[in-house]
Design a protein around this ligand. Structure first.
Ligand code: UT7
Length: 325
């Protein structure tokens, strides 16, 4: 057993089709749905998102992200002894996207499973992997967030379809003698299920209900700002740190106004906030590892920096992880 787990490599992948707000507005206009670049930018900060081709699944996006992360960590697929994929848009009902990904990576035998906590999924997955490494169940984990949210969008609902995109992010999390993950804090409150859900299921070979995303944006907004502040403070307290110790805040990338509000509540200057929502949209469980990888590869976040990751989403679920990179 080793006392700590640490991120040793990051990777990400966006499908090539980039759709700007103007592109989307044009496509929606053909359906009689009215929106504009101005509305989307003002309310969310989103300028573009990526959409996967119809034959591309979450595991395909995850595969690219994992290869980049393994390369960055200087590891090969043969070193991997745990795969956790956070997704709400799996390739199939079963088996898990993690099992499908394992096969695409060309390995077999190690545990592989999905975590379903919607936009908090990566925070949940990272916390689970950290615990498994600390208890000696694994030494080298691939922790992934991968989504094809475009599949569950209602393109007749302008209040939601302009917000989301597809993508994947991954980290290699390894057993370490020096601290990496310092503390985490996870929560769920199922009484809010109705404000953000895909209220469909499969039964007897039929889709029952509506297999498209439904969201009460304002209710989600209010809850998100409150719980993100609470989770950050709880995580800092567990680690014996204060907000002043944070070098980078990487929240779930859903809405620039929520992210800036969270930074303000923590009294963090805007320069410490990593923002990718303008170019990715909301990629749900993929958004945090995508933003982390962009910041690492862009030279913003460096080895030794203290990073606060924060997620919030359907369930309601929320949580945070404080780590030294
Ligand atoms: O990943 C999970 C976490 N999810 C989130 O964090 C999302 C949280 N919520 C939000 O980000 C915001 O609530 C939204 C971006 C979804 C909406 O922003 P808002 O400032 O709360 O706008 P609103 O819902 O109050 O709508 C304002 C107006 C409405 O028109 P009226 O009733 O004032 O005439 C909407 O019909 O904007 C209209 N509207 C639009 N107009 C143009 C809503 N969507 C659009 C649109 N284009 N796409």
């Amino acid at each position: 057993m080793t006392p700590f787990s640490r991120i040793t490599g990051t990777g990400s992948y966006l499908p090539p089709r980039r759709v700007t707000n103007d592109d989307l507005a044009r496509e929606l206009a053909e359906r009689g749905v009215e929106t504009s670049d101005q509305w989307i930018v003002e309310r969310t900060g989103i300028r573009a998102r990526h959409f996967a081709a119809p034959d591309v699944g979450s595991s395909d996006l995850a595969l690219h992200a994992c290869r980049h992360a393994l390369e960055a960590a200087g590891r090969s697929v043969g070193d991997v002894d745990l795969i956790i994929v956070a997704t709400s848009t799996p390739d199939m009902i079963f088996p898990s996207s993690a099992a499908i990904l394992q096969n695409k990576l060309g390995i077999a035998g190690c545990p592989a499973f999905d975590v379903q906590a919607v936009c908090s999924g990566f925070i949940y997955a990272l916390t689970v992997a950290d615990a498994m490494i600390k208890t000696g169940s694994a030494r080298c984990a691939l922790v992934v967030g991968a989504e094809v949210f475009s599949r569950i969008l209602d393109f007749n609902d302008r209040t939601t379809c302009v917000l989301f995109g597809d993508g994947a992010g991954a980290v290699v999390l390894e057993a370490s003698e020096t601290p990496g993950i310092l503390a985490s804090d996870l929560h769920a409150d199922g009484k809010h299920v109705g404000i953000l859900c895909v209220p469909g299921s499969v039964s007897g070979g039929q889709v029952l209900g509506t297999p498209l995303l439904h969201m009460d944006g304002q209710a989600v907004f209010k809850l998100a700002v409150r719980v993100l502040e609470e989770a950050a403070n709880a995580t800092l307290a567990k680690a014996g740190k204060t907000a002043a110790d944070i070098d980078w805040l990487i929240p779930h990338q859903a809405n620039l106004r929520i992210m800036q509000g969270t930074a303000r509540k923590l009294k963090l200057p805007a320069e410490k906030l990593v923002v990718t929502v303008h170019d990715h949209g909301n990629t749900s469980a993929a958004s945090i590892p995508l933003a982390l990888d962009v910041a690492v590869r862009g030279g913003q976040v460096r080895k030794g920096d203290m990073v606060m990751l924060e997620g919030v989403g359907g369930g309601f679920t929320w949580g945070a992880v404080l780590l030294t990179l």
